[in-house]
Write a protein that binds this ligand. Sequence first.
Ligand SMILES: *Cc1c(COP(=O)(O)O)cnc(C)c1O
Length: 469
Amino acid sequence: MNYVSTRGGMAPRAFTEILLEGLAPDGGLVVPHSMARVSLAELEIWRSLGYADLATEIMNKFVGDIDRDQLRLLAHATYNAENFGSDEITPLRELGGGLYLLGLSNGPSLAFKDIAMQWLGRLFEHVLAARDERLTILGATSGDTGSAAEYAMRGRAGVRVFMLSPLGRMSAFQTAQMYSLTDRNIFNIAIEGVFDQAQDIVKELSSDAEFKTSEHLATVNSINWARIVAQVVYYFRGYFLATRSNDEQVSFTVPSGNFGNIYSGHIARLMGLPIDRLVCATNENDVLYEFFTTGQYRMRTAAQTEQTSSPSMDISRASNFERLVFDLFDGDSLRVAQLWDRLALEGSFDLAGTVEFARARDEFGFAAGHSTHAERIETIRRVDAECGLVIDPHTADGITVARPFCRPGVPMIVLETALPAKFSTTIEEALGREAPRPAAFEGIESLPQRFSVLPASAWAVREFIVSQA
Ligand SMILES: *Cc1c(COP(=O)(O)O)cnc(C)c1O
């Protein structure tokens, strides 16, 4: 399988060549040169596979330059009860009224990002060892991404992680999740500033070509193609769990931020998985809802981005959205490049009334809805009362949005994106009690913590990284 850029400026490259890179050299995102497809006969066989074997089959279609036996070893080392709590990996739970919840948050950091990141950590280790190379992952986090990356990379040979977080601005639970890791290759840096300053430092250091080369800098953000591939697996798994035969259809509702998770569902659908609707759920930051309902894509500024009680969906633009637009334009990279030029100049574009916009709904099955804080709280209460289940605020956005799209005979699967223990303040507001915690996380706040405090200065961070060589 070869990969090209959504903007057309990259010669086709193999999977392991794009694995460690961020954006394509022309500023676009990497996409497969041609789509992998699943035949009806394969779908029949896949239905009876366990999670790790299913993952092997799907990954094998997108990788190409790592052999199948090696992929199987990596998948089994990743998707097991030790890492994900049970052999099911992603258990499906029926909520009633045709609604189902696919549990994606049983990994070590309690969010769906673990499913892709845990594989990525092992994949990086394997590829780096084969090439005798090392890698420095530099990132900024306000919570979820940072802890999923640290839990995936801890102890991995050839990889160091420097994760910047705003000093004193994460919840005690999230802080403890990250800072209690004492592995020698994990460096928690608490920045004396806010998240945006931490992110600016990462941008500044990543655009310093000399530093980037000398330290082998890389990121593991949501545009990483391997993460997208790993997420495709649970759409197949959810489909098999909710249906009895492959002539049935299901729909999915996905709490969305950077459009990575739901884009994986789009890939599963293009491969041939019988998906009816892919419903994109947003919170008050509704850039994506606005696009799917009006055709207008309008980036927001940091000041226009609200801080909500589903914070991992607080985005001002959706990084992976460019990949969908590439598909809407049937792979016409020239037109994608033109649209993104306009976006850079004007901050928006409008596809209302075009065949491309109609295609998102009619051919690709997209729909969208949004949720407010009050609806989120109400849904958390209702699911607790009706199902005896405490859900996290992001998952609550998914359930709120999913209900009106339920249709008789078509299971509606909502993707659970985190466990409530990570967002206890909102759970206390909704239910008047603390969120339940997995046993392994009892008392995590009192474990010893390892982190370094640095001023909000790229120079200081740079010196710190160099001094740890
Ligand atoms: C990352 C995240 C999201 C958003 O996922 P995208 O792939 O960026 O759309 C939603 N909920 C939670 C809890 C997350 O951590």
